[in-house]
Design a protein. Structure first.
Length: 270
């Protein structure tokens, strides 16, 4: 419950009668997986990656992927599923919407984001009719739960016959880059400086499957560079997902950013 203190809405004080006087009521506590908490942690400017998990690829009706073992209650869970020819449908947990996008190659990718409740330990996607499917879960800590997005994908860029995938401008908060690479012989890749690789699911060598690669970086408003592939891919797509945090209004310096990290021009050492 919130009350107006004359300047802003603040959390109201809850009291109870102890038989003699009104005293402050103890806050309800819950176990977040590691410790007991009385409330969700305060959001930070740039939510940090906590853990990842990937699911097996292949022609299956359902793809089940575990919630990352390091996830805590109120962590943002970002679940991704790619499938050939069919749109992946989020079956469990229920009550959440998945944002889907069909790539030029015909593959579909669906993304959903929600705060972890500590109860659901697996995520299930339906991919009936697909010849290949892959799923991935990532957990981010310190996000602004009041700004949980219904449409987490904020940008999509697609390319054909490339061995370099330009990364778009980072958002104001933590930017999660999902790169889908369609190739028969991709075995390696390299993210640019300032971008941290988080999880991968490479396709089977010799089969034209989609590899799913994930990385993130704090938002800076300009591109952090290119993802380098060790082969020429038939197609590639980069999806940008915003993990919302607390806005502090300050710029962020990203190592290797030629536009936003020029010492003496855009960057000042404190």
């Amino acid at each position: 419950m919130t009350v107006w203190d004359g300047a802003q809405w603040v959390e109201g004080t809850k009291c109870l009668w102890d038989g003699a006087s009104w005293v402050r009521a103890p806050a309800a506590r819950f176990f977040d997986g590691i410790t007991w908490q009385s409330r969700a942690p305060a959001p930070v400017a740039y939510p940090t990656h906590a853990a990842s998990a990937t699911a097996i690829r292949g022609a299956v009706h359902y793809v089940t992927v575990a919630v990352p073992p390091g996830a805590r209650v109120n962590d943002f869970l970002v679940s991704v599923c790619t499938a050939a020819d069919v749109r992946p449908q989020l079956l469990s947990p229920g009550g959440y919407l998945a944002q889907a996008h069909q790539l030029d190659s015909g593959h579909w990718v669906s993304v959903a984001m929600w705060p972890h409740n500590g109860i659901v330990d697996t995520v299930m996607w339906e991919t009936t009719g697909s010849s290949t499917a892959t799923a991935m879960n990532l957990a981010y800590r310190g996000g602004d739960l009041t700004r949980t997005p219904l449409a987490p994908i904020v940008g999509v860029q697609q390319y054909n016959a490339v061995n370099r995938v330009p990364l778009p401008a980072a958002t104001a908060h933590t930017s999660l880059f999902l790169v889908l690479v369609e190739s028969t012989d991709l075995t390696g890749y390299a993210w640019p400086e300032g971008v941290t690789g988080r999880a991968q699911q490479l396709g089977i060598y010799g089969a034209r499957h989609v590899s799913l690669l994930a990385s993130d970086t704090p938002g800076a408003g300009s591109s952090a560079g290119e993802l380098l592939l060790d082969t020429q891919a038939a197609s590639a797509a980069c999806l940008t997902i915003e993990v919302p945090g607390r806005t502090d209004g300050r710029p962020t310096w990203i190592l290797g950013d030629d536009n936003a990290s020029v010492l003496g021009s855009t960057t000042v050492l404190g």
